[in-house]
Design a protein around this ligand. Structure first.
Ligand SMILES: CC(C)(COP(=O)(O)OP(=O)(O)OC[C@H]1O[C@@H](n2cnc3c(N)ncnc32)[C@H](O)[C@@H]1OP(=O)(O)O)[C@@H](O)C(=O)NCCC(=O)NCCS
Length: 161
C-alpha cells in the first residue's frame, strides 16, 4: 500500500508498517499451520494479501543475531478514508501475555491513515475481551450485514470465519 511507513518502539520491541521488514516465513507458518481461521492457506495467497494490505509487523530486538526477529503480525484492509477491516492478528506463543497484543491494537488504532473512519470491523472467535478494551462492540444492527462465505476455502479441514 502506498502509505508512509510508521514505527513504534517499546522495551526491546518494535512495531513497524514497513513491508520490507516482514518475515513471510513466520507469517505463513503461523497462518497456515497454527491459526484457526486460515488453515492450509497457500503461500501465494498470503503474499498477495500482504501486498494489498496495510501490514503491522511486531519485532523483538535480537542481541544474538543483531537484527529484528518477527514475533507478531496484523493486517488491515482499508481505503484509509472510510472503512477498515482488521485480520490475521497474532503474537507468537512464546511472546504472549506481556502486553504485545494490546500494544499492537493500540498502534493500529493510532495509525495516522486510519483516523476518522466510519467503521472499523473485525471477527474473532474468542478474543473479544482484547478488542472490547479499545471500543469494539458486537454489531449494533447485525440484520443489516450480509456475508458471502466459503466454508473450506483451502481444502477439507480449513475454516473461514
Ligand atoms: C490474541 C493474541 C494476539 C493476544 O496477544 P498477547 O500479546 O498475548 O496479548 P496481551 O498480553 O496484550 O493481552 C491481551 C489482553 O486481552 C485479553 N484477552 C481476551 N481474550 C483473549 C484471547 N482470546 N487471547 C488472548 N488474550 C485475550 C487478555 O486477558 C489480556 O487482557 P488483560 O491484560 O486485561 O489480562 C494472542 O493470544 C494470539 O496470537 N492468539 C492466537 C491468535 C489469535 O487468536 N488471534 C486473534 C484473532 S482475532
Amino acid at each position: 500500500m502506498d502509505v508512509q511507513p510508521v514505527e513504534y518502539r517499546r522495551d526491546g520491541f518494535e512495531i513497524s508498517t514497513d513491508p520490507r521488514h516482514l518475515d513471510i516465513d513466520v507469517i505463513f507458518n503461523f497462518l497456515a499451520h497454527d491459526s484457526y481461521w486460515a488453515k492450509n492457506i497457500p503461500l501465494e495467497i498470503v503474499q498477495k494479501s500482504i501486498r494489498n494490505s496495510l501490514c503491522f509487523g511486531v519485532y523483538a530486538d535480537s542481541s544474538e543475531t543483531d537484527h529484528r526477529v518477527q514475533v507478531g503480525f496484523a493486517r488491515v484492509m482499508t481505503d484509509c478514508a472510510t472503512f477498515a477491516y482488521l485480520a490475521d492478528v497474532f503474537i507468537l506463543p512464546e511472546f504472549r501475555g506481556r502486553g504485545l497484543g494490546k500494544w499492537l491494537v493500540e498502534c493500529i488504532l493510532a495509525h495516522p491513515d486510519l483516523q476518522h473512519l466510519r467503521s472499523f470491523m473485525l471477527a474473532t472467535s474468542d478474543a473479544h475481551g482484547l478488542y472490547a478494551g479499545f471500543g469494539f462492540k458486537p454489531l449494533a444492527q447485525p440484520e443489516k450485514f450480509m456475508q458471502k462465505r466459503v466454508e473450506n476455502p483451502y481444502g477439507p479441514g480449513s475454516a473461514a470465519r
